[in-house]
Design a protein around this ligand. Structure first.
Ligand SMILES: C[S@@+](CC[C@H](N)C(=O)[O-])C[C@H]1O[C@@H](n2cnc3c(N)ncnc32)[C@H](O)[C@@H]1O
Length: 377
């Protein structure tokens, strides 16, 4: 999509004519009112919190990628910065800086010369299958460093890119960050869809479960383990992700029931399916109407289409962006913009399903950043 360029109008730089009364600095700016002063101190505090949050993200990123949190968790008796560095074969000074930063951010505790993982952080940082896992998101934020560079370079010309143009760390950390989406689907999402759990858990004729845009296959592996009588077929456009998915499936010994192929969804050649899932992926597809039509064609009678997505607020509910979940989604839009798409309000997915002739279209919020929309053929 190209946006018509607006001609730049350079600001007037001519000085006031000599002899005229040019305002002095003190005249130009009248002293701030008490309300303005208060607003400024509120904003300053907020800006400082953003700076602190920025450093918090880097502390999380470094600590997760280099095993600092995991090492502290292995040592409940605590470790000095020096021993932590030695255990991980890292530089002593950098580890000491990290320890102080992590302490300032309340990610670690300090007692008598030793650092400890702060209480309540084991599951969010170190348990990928926990419903409260946050480590993937933290790594994903760090991996966005190249995306920021891209945006900085192309904010004027509006050029876009795709997953395969970024280092594999972006898609691997994205896969890690979407684990909690699959966890929620398995723990409570599928149960919201009438009859779905019974069909998936049944031991009669095996169901065919198709996941479109399955990424690196982490979801397929979890689904295949949860429903041992079903067959799974993943389709994904990014070559690197397909290879990673195939490796993960082989490593788990699931190759007899789970296959993944590289294909652009717009080709529409999907196997006959009882259930089709798209996890945080339909918003990325350029021809959404076309892909949904292909899904409906591939579904068997009474088949289910599950769309698991971010619920981006509609224009009328824009204040919802000023919640923690809203701020995360507004931030995710930067990457979506680079990929030439945007997160969408759930009503748009529901309307897509209705227009395609699906019945019983419904939705359930699984978390403030997660909605499940479904329909029956
Ligand atoms: C945000 S990722 C989600 C991946 C996976 N479902 C997960 O939750 O981890 C979106 C995926 O959609 C894939 N994708 C986007 N548009 C596609 C298209 N038109 N055809 C095939 N794959 C596509 C991307 O390659 C990427 O792997």
């Amino acid at each position: 999509m190209t946006v018509p360029a607006t001609p730049d109008t350079p600001p007037s730089t001519s000085p006031p004519a000599p002899g005229r009364d040019a305002p002095t600095a003190s005249q130009a700016a009248s002293p701030p009112t008490p309300e303005e002063r208060e607003a400024t101190s509120r904003q300053l505090l907020r800006l400082q919190e953003y700076a602190a949050g920025f450093f918090g993200v880097w502390t999380l990123d470094l600590g997760l990628r280099h095993g600092l949190f995991a090492a502290l968790a292995r040592h409940p008796e605590g470790l000095s910065a020096e021993f932590l560095a030695r255990e991980l074969d890292l530089d002593r000074m950098y580890v000491s800086i990290w320890c102080n930063a992590a302490y300032s951010e309340e990610l670690v505790e300090y007692r008598e010369g030793k650092f400890f993982l702060a209480p309540g952080l084991h599951a969010p940082l170190l348990e990928p299958d926990s419903p409260v896992y946050f480590g993937g998101t933290a790594k994903f934020l760090g991996a966005l460093r190249d995306a920021w560079g891209f945006l900085d370079q192309h904010v004027r010309d509006g050029e876009h890119s795709w997953w395969d143009q970024f280092p594999p760390e972006l898609s691997s950390s994205q896969a890690d960050s979407s684990r909690t989406f699959y966890t929620r689907l398995l723990r409570k999402g599928f149960a919201q869809v009438p009859g779905l759990m019974e069909r998936l858990g049944g031991s009669g004729t095996p169901l065919t479960f198709v996941e479109l845009a399955c990424g690196r296959g982490a979801g397929l592996v979890r689904l295949a383990k949860a429903f041992p009588h079903a067959r799974f077929h993943g389709i994904e456009g990014d070559e690197g992700s397909v290879k990673a998915a195939q490796e993960a499936i082989a490593k788990e010994g699931l190759s007899d029931r789970v296959v993944v192929e590289q294909k652009t969804l717009e080709t529409g050649s999907f196997p006959a399916a009882d259930v089709v899932l798209m996890n945080i992926a339909l918003h990325e597809v350029q021809d959404k109407e076309g892909v949904v039509r292909h899904v409906v064609r591939a579904l068997r009678p009474k088949g289910t289409f599950l769309i698991s997505e971010f619920p981006f607020p509609e224009w009328e509910e824009l204040p919802r962006l000023r919640t923690p979940a809203g701020r995360v989604m507004a931030g995710v839009q930067y990457l979506e913009g680079i990929l030439d798409d945007q997160l969408l309000p759930p009503v748009q997915f529901m309307n897509l399903l209705r227009r395609s002739g699906m019945r019983e279209v419904s939705s359930a919020e699984l978390a403030p950043i997660h909605i499940l929309v479904w329909g029956t053929k």
